[in-house]
Structure formats: structure tokens, C-alpha cells
Design a protein around this ligand. Structure first.
Ligand code: PLP
Length: 377
């Protein structure tokens, strides 16, 4: 099997698994308990928090563990809406942002969706024009999960600062894949998810600049200093911390390797498969992402054909497959339904090899030719 759907999820790394194992077995204490078994669990959790804080240059108490990206995103938006903030977001956000926004609108919240250009970059002029100084929560994703476009977050941070707006970024696709610095980028909140960087599923975190002003979403016990009640997913948190440590040790060399591998893949495809082009942008793109329009194919059918050859790819985002309609991201980039249905996404990382890429190109070439021939009949 060749796995080129790394944006959907990643394999748990050996280091993360080994770090987790004791907490699934003998170290099963409840971190709220005051005897040694509980204290060990608590210590391991706090070590994870410190690793994450170090990776993004914040204080450990600004990191709150959650069940993943969706929860972190929902939480920030709910807080903003409850405080009467205007929510400014983009048209290409993940459904973990768009659907809670829709829900909050139905109960009276004000949400404004800023469009992007054809490359997926948010229109900064419109963003500026729509801010209500002192009363806005901006939520713009760090990098798009379908086309991989990296948003100009540092510039958005400056705009937010000038207008006393709060800034949240959904960094689920970006964290551990490109450097993030909460101070440099002027972030008030950011969401991340363990399973996107070789950590476990069902665990993530939210960075909150001023936790003292932040309201819980789930009420109950005093876990996470009362911000998020419920016995913690200790093994998951420990595994996520170990994955962050591992990924951060090699981030720059992984970026270089992923870019090289992705560019090699793109160059071969453009040379050997006629009538296809890139969706999104060549610059400011996640290093492992390649999203293509291939004329005469249907993305969903290509996923099945490639799957039959043992190659895992995606037609859009994993979360969108199974849902009706063309990708909202490609539509927001100005594409027709036909173009949006003719897209495939290949996402690789440093665990992939050149041999895998070569086999993928051969299979893709054969499958595209087959489909195009059938269509001509
Ligand atoms: N935000 C983005 C950009 C994503 O890509 C995803 C998952 O694909 C999520 C949020 C949801 O994260 P989780 O699966 O941890 O809930």
C-alpha cells in the first residue's frame, strides 16, 4: 500500500506509541488523584503541555487539551459569539469552522465570510474593510486542507492588532508541518489536532492567549483548571506530546524533503499526463500537498481506481468525501462544478519515498488514460 492521504490522517509514530503504552497499561492512574499513580499521569500530561508550549513559544498554561481540531474550533467560535463579537472568517474554512458558524448564526451571531482569490488567499482588503474595531473575532485557517494554500497569517495578525480584533487560526493542517510562532503572528487562539502529525486520534489542543477571559464549553470537574471538564485522555495527550517533540526536532529537514518529493511528483505528472493543472498556488503551499485538476476524469472515481492499485489518495478533503456536492473550497476559488469534480488531492510527507511516487505516477497515468478512453467511446 502507498499512503498519499497524509492530510486526512497520519500513522501513529513508533515514538508516540512507545510513550503512550505505559499509560494504557500499568500507569493507569487518574491525573486528579493525589497518590503516586495519579501524580505520574499528571506529570506526564504536564510534560506534554510543556513540549507543546515550547514548540509554539507560549506558556504551558496557555495550552488546553481537547478532543481535537473540531472541538477547539467550536470552542473559540462559541466564546466569540457569546461575547457579541462579529466573526470574520473565510469561505474556504474546514467544516469544523463553517458549520459551527452556521449554527451560531441561527441563534443570532453575526458572521461575515471573506472570499479568497483563485489561489485560495484570503482577500485582505475585504478583511480590513469588514472589521469592527474592538469587537471582532477573526478566524482564518493557517493552511487549507484541500489545496494547501498557506494564508498570510502574519499580515492578518498585524491587521488584527491595529484594529483591536482577536485572531484565531485553525492550524490543524499546519502545526508541526510549518513553523508557528504565536507572538510573531499575534495569535490569540489556535487549534491543532494530534492525528495530523503522527500522534494519536481524538486528541488535540487549543492555544489561548488570555485563558483567564476564556469560558469553558463543557462544565463538570476541575480538570484543565476548570476550562475543560472530564477525565483527561492521558495516553492520547502523552502520545501527542511525544509526536510534537519528534516532529519539531526535524521540521526544517522534513519541509525540504517534502517539498522536493512533492515537486518531483508534480513535475512528472505535468510532463507525462496532458491536460492537467495545479489547484491553488505553487508558492505559499503546504510542502506535502498537491491538488490537481485533471480534465476528463472524476476525482471520486479516480480515488477508487487508485485504491484498487493499493494507492490511497483523496478526491477533495477526507471529511468532504461521502458528502454531496462539489468541494466548497474549489467552488470558492472560482471553479465550475465540472472542474471541482475533476480534482484529486495527493498529500505526502517525509515518510513517503521516491519509489512510491514513481509507482503512483505510473498508476495515475494508466488510470487517467483508461478513463479518458472510455469517455471517448
Ligand atoms: N480543521 C482542519 C483544517 C482539518 O483539516 C481538520 C481535519 O481534517 C479539522 C479541522 C478537524 O480536526 P479533527 O479531526 O481533529 O476534529
Amino acid at each position: 500500500m502507498i499512503y498519499l492521504d497524509q492530510a486526512a490522517t497520519t500513522k501513529l509514530s513508533d515514538r508516540a506509541r512507545v510513550a503512550m503504552e505505559p499509560f494504557l497499561r500499568e500507569e493507569y492512574g487518574n491525573p486528579s488523584a493525589v497518590y503516586e499513580l495519579g501524580e505520574k499521569a499528571k506529570e506526564a500530561m504536564e510534560e506534554s503541555r510543556a513540549i507543546i508550549a515550547g514548540a509554539v513559544h507560549c506558556r504551558p498554561d496557555q495550552i488546553i487539551f481537547t478532543s481535537g481540531g473540531t472541538e477547539s474550533d467550536n470552542w473559540v467560535l462559541q466564546n466569540g459569539a457569546e461575547r457579541g463579537k462579529l466573526i470574520l472568517t473565510s469561505t474556504i474554512e474546514h467544516h469544523a469552522i463553517l458549520n459551527p458558524c452556521k449554527q451560531l448564526q441561527s441563534s443570532g451571531a453575526r458572521v461575515c465570510y471573506i472570499p479568497t482569490d483563485r489561489k485560495g488567499r484570503v482577500n485582505l482588503r475585504l478583511l480590513k474593510e469588514n472589521i469592527e474595531p474592538g469587537n471582532t473575532l477573526i478566524s482564518v485557517m493557517f493552511a487549507n486542507n484541500e489545496v494547501g494554500t498557506i494564508e498570510p497569517i502574519e499580515q492578518i495578525g498585524e491587521i488584527a492588532k491595529k484594529n483591536q480584533a482577536e485572531l484565531h487560526t485553525d492550524a490543524v493542517q499546519a502545526f508541526c508541518h510549518v513553523p508557528i510562532d504565536v507572538e510573531k503572528m499575534n495569535l490569540d487562539y489556535f487549534s491543532a489536532s494530534g492525528h495530523k502529525f503522527h500522534g494519536p486520534k481524538g486528541v488535540g489542543f487549543l492555544y489561548v492567549r488570555f485563558p483567564e477571559n476564556f469560558k469553558p464549553m463543557i462544565y463538570g470537574g476541575e480538570q484543565e483548571r476548570g476550562y475543560r471538564a472530564g477525565t483527561e485522555n492521558v495516553a492520547g495527550i502523552v502520545g501527542m506530546g511525544a509526536a510534537v517533540k519528534e516532529q519539531m526536532e526535524t521540521i526544517m529537514e522534513r519541509i525540504r524533503k517534502e517539498q522536493q518529493l512533492r515537486n518531483y511528483l508534480a513535475d512528472r505528472i505535468f510532463r507525462e499526463i496532458p491536460r492537467c493543472r495545479i489547484n491553488g498556488t505553487r508558492e505559499n503551499r503546504l510542502p506535502g500537498n498537491l491538488n490537481l485538476y485533471i480534465e476528463g476524469i472524476e476525482g471520486a472515481a479516480m480515488v477508487v481506481l487508485m485504491g484498487n492499485d493499493g494507492i490511497c489518495i483523496s478526491a477533495g478533503s477526507a471529511c468532504a468525501s461521502g458528502s454531496e456536492g462539489p468541494s466548497h473550497v474549489l467552488k470558492a476559488l472560482g471553479q465550475s462544478d465540472y472542474e471541482a469534480y475533476s480534482a484529486i488531492r495527493l498529500t505526502l510527507d517525509a515518510t513517503n519515498t521516491k519509489e512510491e511516487i514513481d509507482r503512483t505516477v505510473e498508476c495515475l497515468k494508466r488510470n487517467v488514460e483508461r478513463v479518458r478512453k472510455i469517455k471517448e467511446l
